[in-house]
Design a protein around this ligand. Structure first.
Ligand code: DHB
Length: 323
């Protein structure tokens, strides 16, 4: 079950997803955090933020809409308390960072550069809950590349940098190209989709921030499609897949599409031990299919599809020859 995300070696392919369990501590009573792939922290910003107005969450069919607004303690408190706690407990940690400008991302990378206990940086350039759409850097190839370039340049040379992309774009492969050229070592696919719920009683948007990020099983086919498209274009680029993973079978789907590891987010709200359960279920699926190494399943869906198409073509050619 061990896997790699570029330079990161993980004994387990299931990580938490950013944003659904702060810095992981609240999941500690429910699962062994040292046994999972890694904890991916809630995106940290330079300064403390109180976030968007309430209500901040709304249920949707097979999903959830949230508008937190990157609430958090700011990088200093995060380093002093959360990162320290994670380090002291020997928990592999991917630190997610978010900023309102390229300069903010640069300062965050500089601040984290000499902190021990960080396995990778996940660059959240796709938060839907920002003041202006122009700050969703991942919606524009140039802006996305600019952010990733400064994070790459100001992080330790051997620190893996993952760029987290938004599915709310016409061509996710074009964004992937831009961040890879800017020095991203891998990609986290996907962030939430921008959505809205209107309350029929009040007849106005349910969330205080009006719009929010849609997550949960409702977005899984979108995520699988994004992983598939990016893996098809860049088969050697490590992908951390996420979006509505709730079972081992869901995780398997992401591996087949081309992910080397997966993150579990929304599922922990009603099953905080989900990452461990999903890993166990995935292990059973691989064993049942005779797949001895997890890495053999990565991108296997593409091979199977190519074989299927080739067999179909061979049948058609044989039939044509007969007639
Ligand atoms: C928030 C950030 C995200 O990246 C996301 O997908 C959803 C919500 C937030 O803090 O509001």
């Amino acid at each position: 079950m061990s896997t790699t995300l570029g330079r990161i070696e993980l004994p387990d392919p299931v990580l938490t997803a950013s944003g659904c369990a702060a810095a992981g501590r609240e999941l500690a009573p429910f699962l062994d955090l040292t046994a999972i792939g890694a904890v991916v922290t809630k995106s940290i910003m330079l300064n403390a933020r109180s976030g968007r107005p309430t209500p901040r969450m709304a249920e949707t069919p097979s999903g959830m809409l949230n508008s937190i607004g990157l609430q958090g303690p700011g990088v200093e408190e995060f380093v002093a308390k959360d990162l320290r706690w994670l380090r002291e407990h020997g928990i592999r940690t991917v630190v997610s960072i978010a900023g309102g400008s390229v300069a903010e991302y640069q300062k965050l990378a500089q601040r984290l550069r000499h902190e021990p206990g960080i396995s990778a940086i996940e660059v959240n350039i796709s938060c839907p809950n920002v003041e202006s759409r122009g700050q969703v850097f991942a919606c524009d190839p140039f802006s996305a590349g600019s952010v990733v370039q400064v994070v790459r340049r100001h992080s330790a040379p051997d620190m893996p940098v993952l760029a987290k992309l938004s599915p709310d774009v016409t061509d996710i492969v074009a964004i992937a190209k831009s961040v890879l050229e800017a020095g991203a070592d891998g990609l986290s696919l996907i962030n939430t989709l921008l959505g809205m719920v209107i309350d029929p009683d009040t007849m106005r948007p349910m969330l205080g921030g009006m719009t929010g990020g849609l997550s949960g099983p409702a977005i899984r086919p979108v995520a699988v499609r994004a992983v598939w498209q990016v893996h098809a274009a860049y088969p050697r680029v490590p992908i951390l897949g996420m979006g509505g993973i709730r079972t081992g079978q869901d995780a398997f789907e992401f591996l087949l599409a081309g992910a080397s590891a997966v993150s579990v987010g929304t599922a922990v709200f009603n099953d905080p031990s989900a990452p461990a359960r999903i890993s166990a279920e995935l292990g059973e699926i691989l064993t049942a299919r005779g797949i001895n190494r997890l890495s053999d399943a990565v991108g296997l869906g593409h091979t199977m599809q190519a074989r299927h198409v080739a067999a179909q073509e061979a049948r058609r050619a044989a039939q044509e020859e007969k007639s």
